[in-house]
Ligand binder design. Structure first.
Ligand code: SAH
Length: 392
């Protein structure tokens, strides 16, 4: 039996070259890595303004006794304070879950059956610890079904969590969630659509759309009056995108395609876009909380190379004068500023992003000061990058 650790102690295993790469874009690498193990102090949701006003949702949430606040900058954003850290006891009975599940249970979510890896010998009603990979205990809760069922069930509640390392309201269990009144999204991710600034009548392409956070925001931002085309190459991700759109009530307002966006210019030669959002897969180094992480510099190199393939196609599918917004949830130069340098080489020009919050990247550590950068250890949000470019 492996040694169990409570709430923290997961290691961040980054190879020497990755640390060196990080030191070019993150001034204090230790503080950065140290911040990844805890959640930010604020947990954001975006109000679906096509269904409800921010004020009305605020009142309903306050009506449940929840602590919720308006964001100072973004009108459609509300946030909840993340409470903790709390102490979780080792109760001697364990249900093992996958990393993604462990990271949401870490901040207070319940365990649903698909996230369960092993629940041998657990009986309904047992008090158990939820344990993530590497033996990290993230919560205590009550099993609501027997262990064998948890392992087999395709969906449904497995463990009701009542003590976790950090705590947030169980938002997905609210009627307001089912009604599609909000979408959980980080502050910089919400900001990205503001940077894109799509207008009614625009043809907007979301090249890497699933699970649909930004696609759905584009619909809301334009009151459903832009022509939005959303692409993703993965069948299961397309399903999640469609579920998001259906829950929010946007299903008729987006054209969804399963396609490899590296070839959109060839497979969809009729596309002439006003705006393109490119939010490609990345090393996700800015995402937190993480109970542990393992990455190598080669992951950065491979991601950066992959991302450039999309940038090239974004250029081809845009009208002259069209806008590309490029965003990632990572902090390396290779996947961010260096890719923007590549974009400039093929004919894009960077447009300065209005600085609402975030680091303007002045100083020798940065490629230029036209882009937006967010750091978890400085701005207390997801580590993020946003750049705006025009096709000239
Ligand atoms: N923009 C989304 C998150 C995107 S994550 C949101 O705001 O919710 C990156 C997505 O890119 C993943 O869903 C992944 O399936 C998709 N992706 C990866 N490679 C792709 C490719 N070659 N073509 C299209 N989509 C791709």
């Amino acid at each position: 039996m492996q040694l169990l650790r409570v709430c923290s102690g997961g290691s961040f295993d980054y190879d020497k070259d990755l640390i060196e790469s990080l030191s070019k874009s993150v001034i204090d690498v230790n503080a950065f890595i140290g911040s990844l193990n805890s959640p930010g102090k604020r947990y954001y949701i975006r109000v679906n303004v096509l269904k409800i006003s921010p004020g009305e949702l605020y009142d309903r949430l306050r009506g449940y006794g929840l602590k919720v606040f308006f964001d100072e900058v973004l009108e459609e954003a509300l946030w909840f304070p993340v409470e903790g850290p709390y102490n979780v006891k080792d109760v001697g009975r364990y249900v093992f879950v996958d990393k993604r599940t462990a990271e949401s249970v870490f901040v207070g979510a319940n365990v649903y059956a698909p996230g369960v890896v092993k629940a041998k010998g657990i009986r309904r009603g047992d008090i158990v610890n939820v344990v993530g990979p590497k033996g990290i205990i993230v919560a205590e809760g009550e099993a609501v079904v027997n262990g064998e069922e948890m392992e087999k069930m395709k969906k449904g509640l497995a463990i009701r969590v009542y003590k976790s390392c950090y705590r947030l309201p169980k938002l997905r269990e609210l009627d307001e969630y089912a009604y599609g009144y909000f979408y959980e999204q980080s502050f910089p991710a919400i900001l990205t659509t503001h940077v894109l600034d799509p207008k009614p009548g625009d043809i907007v392409i979301d090249m890497c759309a699933a699970p649909g956070g930004k696609t759905s925001h584009i619909v809301e931002y334009t009151s459903g009056k832009a022509r939005v085309l959303a692409f993703d190459h993965s069948k299961s991700k397309i399903k999640r995108l469609q579920e998001t759109l259906a829950r929010l009530g946007h299903d008729g307002l987006v054209e969804v395609f399963k396609a490899d966006s590296r070839y959109l210019d060839i497979d969809f030669p009729w596309i002439k876009a006003d705006k393109v959002l490119l939010d490609p897969p990345c090393t996700s180094l800015g995402v937190r909380p993480k109970i542990y992480d393992e990455k190598k510099y080669i992951d950065v190199v491979n991601n950066a190379r992959y991302q450039r393939q999309f940038i090239k196609v974004a250029y081809k599918i845009l009208k002259p004068g069209g806008i590309l917004v490029y965003s990632t949830c990572t902090v390396t130069l290779e996947e961010n500023e260096e890719n923007i340098a590549y974009a400039e080489k093929i004919g894009f020009k960077v447009i300065e992003v209005e600085r609402i919050v975030g680091s303007n990247g002045k100083g020798k550590h940065y490629f230029n000061d036209m882009v937006l950068r967010f750091y978890p250890h400085i701005h207390d949000v997801t580590g993020y990058f946003i750049a705006k470019l025009i096709k000239i």
